[in-house]
Design a binder for this molecule. Structure first.
Ligand code: TYD
Length: 224
């Protein structure tokens, strides 16, 4: 079976987490091996970098470099081996988040982000057959689209906010715009999920996409 790489994106408070867990269960019930992972993070080294990125003040280039260093470690040690085994890789955020948060939110140079993306996601050591170097991207990205005002209201009573979650509304408006630009540049890779809908309707939207692609059976998807 071919490996499948699915990423999940959206602003903080968009409600990705429970649906990612639900999908992991659905794919497992269908007999697929699932690798459930996240960014920044997913390896011991990348989780250390995550702690720094989410808690320590740093200049935007340092932040981008640490995030892409974590991504490289994660790709080499977790994502690529899982895809080679034929797993379904469910990844809570990937490079689109860098374009949205660092590029959109922080206003960091998009050209530098593109260069880092090329280096990290297509350099030879990633692929066994170096004659066929591809730019590793998710096969599908589910974009949980939600107005920042609604997300902020949902996060009010949530745990102590990290460096990004404590940003003002204007930051998240720029993050949403960053995501929208990224979707416009490669619309076929994305499925937009209306994350303002009721939770069970969000689940229906997600499973509809996966059933249409032939990746999830209707029977498994229909279960609560
Ligand atoms: P998140 O995925 O929301 O995890 P949790 O649910 O545990 O809070 O948090 C990760 C944060 O990191 C989120 O605010 C977005 C940010 N981030 C970036 O700024 N750039 C990136 O490239 C990635 C992957 C995440």
């Amino acid at each position: 079976m071919n490996g499948l790489f699915i990423s999940f994106e959206g602003i903080d408070g968009a409600g990705k987490s429970s649906h990612i867990d639900g999908l992991a269960k659905a794919f497992t019930e269908q007999g697929r091996a699932v690798t459930l992972t996240r960014e920044p993070g997913g390896t011991p080294l990348a989780e250390k970098l995550r702690t720094m990125v989410l808690n320590d003040a740093m200049d935007p280039l340092t932040e981008a470099l640490l995030i892409f260093a974590a991504r490289r470690d994660h790709l080499v040690n977790v994502i690529e081996p899982a895809l080679a085994r034929g797993d379904v890789v469910l990844c809570d955020r990937f490079t689109d988040a860098s374009f949205a948060y660092q590029g959109g939110g922080r206003g960091f140079n998009l050209g530098v982000l593109s260069t880092l993306e090329q280096w990290v996601q297509s350099s030879p050591a990633l692929q066994a057959d170096s004659s066929q170097i591809i730019l590793r991207q998710p096969h599908l990205t589910l974009w949980f689209d939600l107005a920042p005002e609604i997300a902020a209201a949902r996060l009010v009573d949530a745990r102590t906010p990290d460096k990004f979650e404590s940003q003002p509304l204007a930051f998240f408006q720029k993050v949403v715009a960053g995501y929208a630009t990224r979707v416009a540049a490669d619309p076929r890779r994305f499925a937009r999920i209306d994350a303002a809908a009721e939770r069970h309707q969000v689940w229906q939207q997600i499973t509809r996409v996966l059933v249409q692609k032939g990746w999830l059976s209707i029977m498994v998807a229909a279960r609560p």
